[in-house]
Design a protein around this ligand. Structure first.
Ligand SMILES: [Fe+2]
Ligand SMILES: [Fe+2]
Length: 214
């Protein structure tokens, strides 16, 4: 009976988290204020603003995936030594999600319509990897964070130089994601072979290219 209840509890908790992650104007709150706050809003022309918003939409979708990956993993992985660190990382991902949403709103655009698809896929990967082993599960976090760092670095090249607010958000995310990757690897995460990383690169290209437009 108690196992039955805990399954239902888990389902409700995960469904609630998924809906809050995906809801426009979500009530999620960040622990740290956005790094954009102390900076002035740039005076961008239309094409710069559209480009910056599209890049921040890609980053937002990445954070939706991070939420789903961590939630799926929390459901199935054991992670006795690093559960606290993983929970802390998941909280930092909420900061990123909120900061990106704020930038998209300020730039007058919308989050990706495909976010529910990417959430479902990432949740399944997170939960599936956690079922196999903690080593694989942590390996997935490390490989994903590496991938995200590469995107963030390329976005720093592409964002308008005057959009200091978006740039500050991306810079803080880059520092946080690199720390998450290190943590997952030093906790025993499997370092995936290049072939697996190549597949992940293809999937993430599909995500970034679609989120840029829709
Ligand atoms: Fe993140
Ligand atoms: Fe991260």
């Amino acid at each position: 009976m108690s196992r039955h209840l805990s399954l239902i509890d888990n389902f409700i908790i995960n469904a609630d988290r998924a809906l809050r992650t995906l809801a426009a104007g979500s009530d999620m709150t960040c622990e740290r204020p956005s790094p954009a706050l102390p900076l002035d809003e740039a005076d961008l022309d239309d094409s710069e603003r559209r480009h910056a918003a599209a890049l921040m939409r890609v980053n937002h979708t990445g954070e939706v995936c991070a939420q789903a990956l961590y939630q799926g993993q929390a459901l199935t992985a054991k992670l006795p030594q690093v559960r606290n660190e993983m929970e802390h990382a998941a909280e930092e991902e909420i900061d990123h999600l909120v900061w990106c949403q704020e930038r998209i709103d300020a730039l007058g655009s919308h989050t990706s319509y495909l976010n529910p698809v990417w959430y479902g896929l990432s949740f399944a990967i997170g939960a599936g990897a956690g079922l196999v082993s903690d080593k694989i599960s942590l390996g997935f976090v490390a490989a994903t964070e590496d991938q995200v760092c590469k995107h963030l670095q390329s976005h720093l090249q592409q964002l308008p130089v005057t959009d200091l607010r978006s740039r500050a958000v991306v810079e803080q995310m880059l520092a946080d994601e690199a720390r998450h990757a290190d943590m997952a690897l030093s906790a025993g995460g499997y370092n995936f072979p290049a072939s697996v990383k190549g597949i992940m690169t293809l999937v993430s290209k599909a995500m970034t290219q679609t989120s840029y437009y829709i």
